[in-house]
Design a protein around this ligand. Structure first.
Ligand code: SF4
Ligand code: SF4
Length: 82
Protein backbone atom coordinates (compact mmCIF):
# COMPACT_ATOMS: atom_id res chain seq x y z
CA UNK A 1 0.00 0.00 0.00
CA UNK A 2 1.00 3.60 -0.41
CA UNK A 3 1.02 6.26 2.30
CA UNK A 4 0.27 9.98 2.21
CA UNK A 5 2.65 12.02 4.35
CA UNK A 6 1.78 15.13 6.36
CA UNK A 7 3.19 17.25 3.53
CA UNK A 8 -0.17 16.75 1.79
CA UNK A 9 -1.84 20.09 1.00
CA UNK A 10 -5.39 18.61 0.79
CA UNK A 11 -5.73 19.61 -2.86
CA UNK A 12 -8.07 16.67 -3.64
CA UNK A 13 -6.41 15.99 -7.01
CA UNK A 14 -5.56 12.37 -6.20
CA UNK A 15 -8.87 11.19 -4.77
CA UNK A 16 -10.87 11.02 -8.03
CA UNK A 17 -7.95 9.39 -9.86
CA UNK A 18 -7.83 6.32 -7.63
CA UNK A 19 -9.35 3.32 -9.44
CA UNK A 20 -9.99 1.58 -6.10
CA UNK A 21 -11.56 4.51 -4.22
CA UNK A 22 -8.86 4.01 -1.59
CA UNK A 23 -8.20 7.70 -0.95
CA UNK A 24 -10.30 9.80 1.41
CA UNK A 25 -9.99 13.07 3.32
CA UNK A 26 -8.65 12.29 6.79
CA UNK A 27 -8.76 14.42 9.91
CA UNK A 28 -5.60 16.33 8.97
CA UNK A 29 -4.49 15.26 5.50
CA UNK A 30 -5.77 12.84 2.87
CA UNK A 31 -5.34 9.17 3.72
CA UNK A 32 -5.13 5.86 1.87
CA UNK A 33 -7.00 2.76 3.04
CA UNK A 34 -4.34 0.03 2.87
CA UNK A 35 -6.97 -2.66 2.35
CA UNK A 36 -8.11 -0.92 -0.86
CA UNK A 37 -4.82 0.31 -2.36
CA UNK A 38 -3.28 -2.10 -4.88
CA UNK A 39 -0.58 0.46 -5.79
CA UNK A 40 -2.68 0.54 -8.97
CA UNK A 41 -1.67 -3.03 -9.84
CA UNK A 42 -4.39 -4.51 -12.07
CA UNK A 43 -5.45 -1.08 -13.32
CA UNK A 44 -2.39 0.94 -14.37
CA UNK A 45 1.36 0.58 -14.80
CA UNK A 46 2.05 3.44 -12.39
CA UNK A 47 0.31 4.57 -9.19
CA UNK A 48 -2.08 7.24 -10.43
CA UNK A 49 -2.06 9.23 -7.20
CA UNK A 50 1.72 9.62 -7.35
CA UNK A 51 1.44 10.73 -10.98
CA UNK A 52 -0.92 13.59 -10.15
CA UNK A 53 0.19 14.73 -6.69
CA UNK A 54 1.66 18.23 -7.06
CA UNK A 55 3.80 18.03 -3.92
CA UNK A 56 5.10 14.44 -4.18
CA UNK A 57 3.88 13.47 -0.72
CA UNK A 58 2.80 9.90 -1.56
CA UNK A 59 5.25 7.08 -0.83
CA UNK A 60 5.31 3.32 -0.49
CA UNK A 61 4.38 2.64 3.12
CA UNK A 62 7.57 1.28 4.72
CA UNK A 63 5.48 -0.55 7.33
CA UNK A 64 3.32 -2.25 4.73
CA UNK A 65 5.50 -3.61 1.90
CA UNK A 66 3.66 -5.85 -0.55
CA UNK A 67 4.83 -7.93 -3.50
CA UNK A 68 3.28 -7.63 -6.94
CA UNK A 69 1.59 -11.00 -6.38
CA UNK A 70 0.05 -9.81 -3.10
CA UNK A 71 -1.16 -6.65 -4.80
CA UNK A 72 -2.64 -8.66 -7.67
CA UNK A 73 -4.42 -10.91 -5.14
CA UNK A 74 -5.89 -7.80 -3.51
CA UNK A 75 -7.00 -6.51 -6.92
CA UNK A 76 -8.70 -9.84 -7.67
CA UNK A 77 -10.52 -9.83 -4.33
CA UNK A 78 -11.61 -6.21 -4.72
CA UNK A 79 -12.94 -6.84 -8.21
CA UNK A 80 -14.56 -10.16 -7.33
CA UNK A 81 -12.30 -12.14 -9.62
CA UNK A 82 -10.35 -13.92 -6.88
FE1 SF4 B 1 -5.33 4.44 -5.37
FE2 SF4 B 1 -3.49 3.57 -7.02
FE3 SF4 B 1 -2.90 5.51 -5.32
FE4 SF4 B 1 -3.30 3.07 -4.38
S1 SF4 B 1 -1.66 3.72 -5.77
S2 SF4 B 1 -4.17 4.95 -3.54
S3 SF4 B 1 -4.84 2.29 -5.78
S4 SF4 B 1 -4.35 5.63 -7.01
FE1 SF4 C 1 -2.63 15.46 -0.81
FE2 SF4 C 1 -1.13 14.99 -2.98
FE3 SF4 C 1 -3.60 14.00 -2.79
FE4 SF4 C 1 -3.25 16.61 -3.13
S1 SF4 C 1 -2.71 15.00 -4.59
S2 SF4 C 1 -4.69 15.63 -1.68
S3 SF4 C 1 -1.40 16.96 -1.94
S4 SF4 C 1 -1.87 13.49 -1.48
Amino acid sequence: SLLITDECINCDVCEPECPNAAIYPGDVVYEIDPSMCTECVGHYDEPQCIEVCPVDCILIDPDNPETKDQLMDKFNKLTGQG
